[in-house]
Design a protein around this ligand. Structure first.
Ligand SMILES: [Zn+2]
Length: 194
Protein backbone atom coordinates (compact mmCIF):
# COMPACT_ATOMS: atom_id res chain seq x y z
CA UNK A 1 0.00 0.00 0.00
CA UNK A 2 1.48 3.34 -0.95
CA UNK A 3 1.71 5.80 1.89
CA UNK A 4 -0.85 8.58 1.86
CA UNK A 5 0.31 12.17 1.86
CA UNK A 6 0.69 13.28 5.43
CA UNK A 7 -0.95 16.62 6.06
CA UNK A 8 1.37 18.60 8.30
CA UNK A 9 3.24 15.58 9.51
CA UNK A 10 0.17 13.75 10.79
CA UNK A 11 0.54 10.06 9.95
CA UNK A 12 -2.84 9.12 8.47
CA UNK A 13 -1.86 5.50 7.81
CA UNK A 14 -0.85 4.99 11.39
CA UNK A 15 -4.15 6.37 12.70
CA UNK A 16 -6.05 4.19 10.25
CA UNK A 17 -4.25 1.06 11.41
CA UNK A 18 -4.83 1.91 15.05
CA UNK A 19 -8.55 2.50 14.53
CA UNK A 20 -8.86 -0.81 12.67
CA UNK A 21 -7.20 -2.48 15.69
CA UNK A 22 -9.69 -0.83 18.04
CA UNK A 23 -12.57 -2.11 15.90
CA UNK A 24 -11.16 -5.66 16.08
CA UNK A 25 -10.66 -5.27 19.81
CA UNK A 26 -14.28 -4.37 20.46
CA UNK A 27 -15.42 -7.38 18.46
CA UNK A 28 -16.29 -5.60 15.22
CA UNK A 29 -15.41 -6.63 11.72
CA UNK A 30 -13.56 -3.69 10.14
CA UNK A 31 -14.47 -5.11 6.73
CA UNK A 32 -18.18 -4.72 7.39
CA UNK A 33 -19.87 -2.53 4.81
CA UNK A 34 -20.99 0.24 7.20
CA UNK A 35 -17.61 0.75 8.86
CA UNK A 36 -15.08 -0.20 6.23
CA UNK A 37 -14.22 3.45 5.56
CA UNK A 38 -14.34 4.48 9.21
CA UNK A 39 -10.59 4.16 9.93
CA UNK A 40 -9.71 6.42 6.98
CA UNK A 41 -12.45 8.84 7.94
CA UNK A 42 -11.23 9.05 11.53
CA UNK A 43 -7.67 9.57 10.33
CA UNK A 44 -8.76 12.61 8.30
CA UNK A 45 -10.84 13.86 11.21
CA UNK A 46 -7.92 13.60 13.64
CA UNK A 47 -5.70 15.41 11.16
CA UNK A 48 -8.17 18.27 11.42
CA UNK A 49 -8.82 18.14 15.17
CA UNK A 50 -5.15 17.83 16.12
CA UNK A 51 -3.68 20.21 13.61
CA UNK A 52 -2.95 22.94 16.15
CA UNK A 53 0.73 22.15 16.83
CA UNK A 54 1.45 22.42 13.11
CA UNK A 55 0.20 25.96 12.96
CA UNK A 56 2.11 28.85 14.45
CA UNK A 57 -0.51 31.01 16.20
CA UNK A 58 1.74 34.02 15.62
CA UNK A 59 0.60 34.05 12.01
CA UNK A 60 -2.66 35.56 13.28
CA UNK A 61 -0.73 38.53 14.62
CA UNK A 62 0.83 39.59 11.36
CA UNK A 63 -1.58 42.51 11.19
CA UNK A 64 -1.36 44.57 14.35
CA UNK A 65 -2.71 48.11 14.40
CA UNK A 66 -1.23 51.03 16.29
CA UNK A 67 -4.06 52.63 18.23
CA UNK A 68 -4.26 55.02 21.14
CA UNK A 69 -6.82 52.98 22.99
CA UNK A 70 -6.15 51.72 26.46
CA UNK A 71 -9.52 50.43 27.60
CA UNK A 72 -10.74 46.86 27.61
CA UNK A 73 -11.19 45.03 24.31
CA UNK A 74 -13.30 41.91 24.78
CA UNK A 75 -14.48 39.23 22.39
CA UNK A 76 -16.95 37.05 24.17
CA UNK A 77 -18.96 33.91 23.47
CA UNK A 78 -16.37 32.54 21.05
CA UNK A 79 -17.51 28.98 20.35
CA UNK A 80 -14.69 26.48 20.63
CA UNK A 81 -14.10 22.75 20.84
CA UNK A 82 -11.08 20.82 21.91
CA UNK A 83 -10.15 17.23 22.79
CA UNK A 84 -9.55 16.18 26.37
CA UNK A 85 -6.16 14.52 26.48
CA UNK A 86 -7.25 11.96 29.06
CA UNK A 87 -10.02 10.37 27.00
CA UNK A 88 -9.69 11.90 23.53
CA UNK A 89 -13.28 13.01 23.83
CA UNK A 90 -14.39 16.50 22.90
CA UNK A 91 -15.06 19.32 25.29
CA UNK A 92 -17.18 22.07 23.84
CA UNK A 93 -18.00 25.54 25.01
CA UNK A 94 -17.37 29.24 24.83
CA UNK A 95 -14.32 31.35 25.35
CA UNK A 96 -14.15 35.01 26.38
CA UNK A 97 -10.91 36.75 25.57
CA UNK A 98 -10.16 40.29 26.65
CA UNK A 99 -7.14 42.53 26.83
CA UNK A 100 -6.04 46.06 27.60
CA UNK A 101 -3.80 47.23 24.76
CA UNK A 102 -0.56 49.09 25.12
CA UNK A 103 -0.59 50.93 21.79
CA UNK A 104 -1.24 47.79 19.74
CA UNK A 105 -4.60 46.24 18.87
CA UNK A 106 -5.26 43.15 16.78
CA UNK A 107 -8.13 42.28 14.45
CA UNK A 108 -10.92 40.95 16.63
CA UNK A 109 -11.46 37.81 14.54
CA UNK A 110 -7.85 36.91 15.25
CA UNK A 111 -8.70 36.31 18.88
CA UNK A 112 -11.07 33.54 17.79
CA UNK A 113 -8.42 32.07 15.50
CA UNK A 114 -5.87 32.02 18.31
CA UNK A 115 -8.34 30.16 20.56
CA UNK A 116 -8.90 27.58 17.84
CA UNK A 117 -5.20 27.19 17.20
CA UNK A 118 -4.48 26.23 20.82
CA UNK A 119 -7.66 24.11 21.05
CA UNK A 120 -6.75 21.80 18.16
CA UNK A 121 -4.44 19.53 20.13
CA UNK A 122 -4.87 17.10 23.01
CA UNK A 123 -5.67 19.48 25.85
CA UNK A 124 -6.91 20.05 29.35
CA UNK A 125 -9.08 23.12 29.74
CA UNK A 126 -6.87 24.65 32.43
CA UNK A 127 -3.78 24.58 30.23
CA UNK A 128 -5.67 25.75 27.16
CA UNK A 129 -6.88 28.82 29.08
CA UNK A 130 -3.39 29.67 30.35
CA UNK A 131 -1.71 29.08 26.98
CA UNK A 132 -4.01 31.55 25.21
CA UNK A 133 -3.52 34.20 27.91
CA UNK A 134 0.26 33.83 28.06
CA UNK A 135 0.57 33.84 24.30
CA UNK A 136 -1.38 37.10 24.01
CA UNK A 137 0.36 39.00 26.77
CA UNK A 138 3.73 37.99 25.37
CA UNK A 139 3.03 38.59 21.71
CA UNK A 140 1.05 41.85 21.75
CA UNK A 141 2.59 43.27 24.91
CA UNK A 142 -0.86 44.02 26.33
CA UNK A 143 -1.22 45.70 29.74
CA UNK A 144 -3.49 42.86 30.76
CA UNK A 145 -5.08 39.73 29.33
CA UNK A 146 -8.11 37.86 30.63
CA UNK A 147 -9.30 34.52 29.30
CA UNK A 148 -12.38 32.79 30.68
CA UNK A 149 -13.53 29.47 29.23
CA UNK A 150 -16.70 27.53 29.97
CA UNK A 151 -17.13 24.07 28.54
CA UNK A 152 -19.04 20.87 28.82
CA UNK A 153 -16.78 17.81 28.84
CA UNK A 154 -18.20 14.78 27.08
CA UNK A 155 -15.89 12.56 29.12
CA UNK A 156 -18.05 13.63 32.09
CA UNK A 157 -21.42 13.65 30.36
CA UNK A 158 -21.39 10.34 28.47
CA UNK A 159 -19.16 8.23 30.70
CA UNK A 160 -17.76 8.13 34.24
CA UNK A 161 -19.89 10.22 36.56
CA UNK A 162 -22.37 11.00 33.73
CA UNK A 163 -23.30 14.52 34.74
CA UNK A 164 -24.83 16.15 31.68
CA UNK A 165 -25.27 19.89 32.03
CA UNK A 166 -22.24 20.44 34.23
CA UNK A 167 -20.02 23.24 32.95
CA UNK A 168 -16.39 23.68 33.82
CA UNK A 169 -15.16 27.26 34.10
CA UNK A 170 -11.50 28.24 34.00
CA UNK A 171 -9.90 31.65 33.95
CA UNK A 172 -6.46 33.15 33.48
CA UNK A 173 -5.89 36.77 34.49
CA UNK A 174 -2.56 38.36 33.64
CA UNK A 175 -1.02 41.81 33.99
CA UNK A 176 -3.52 44.49 35.05
CA UNK A 177 -6.32 41.95 35.34
CA UNK A 178 -4.28 40.18 37.95
CA UNK A 179 -2.89 43.15 39.84
CA UNK A 180 -5.88 45.48 39.71
CA UNK A 181 -9.12 44.26 41.26
CA UNK A 182 -11.16 46.99 39.52
CA UNK A 183 -10.02 45.98 36.02
CA UNK A 184 -10.76 42.37 36.89
CA UNK A 185 -14.24 43.24 38.22
CA UNK A 186 -14.92 45.30 35.10
CA UNK A 187 -14.06 42.54 32.65
CA UNK A 188 -15.94 39.93 34.67
CA UNK A 189 -19.06 42.07 34.60
CA UNK A 190 -18.65 42.62 30.83
CA UNK A 191 -18.39 38.86 30.36
CA UNK A 192 -21.42 38.13 32.56
CA UNK A 193 -23.54 40.93 31.10
CA UNK A 194 -25.95 39.32 28.61
ZN1 LIG B 1 -11.49 13.56 29.86
Amino acid sequence: MKPKPEPNGIDLDRIEKAVREILYAIGEDPGREGIKDTPARIARMYAELFNGPNEDPRRHLEKVFTENYDEIVLLKDIPFHSMCEHHLLPFIGQAHVGYIPRGKVIGVSKLARIVSSFARRPQVQERLTTQIAEFLIREIDAQGVAVVMEASHTCMTIRGVKKPGSIMVTSAMLGRFRSDARSRAEIMSLIRDR
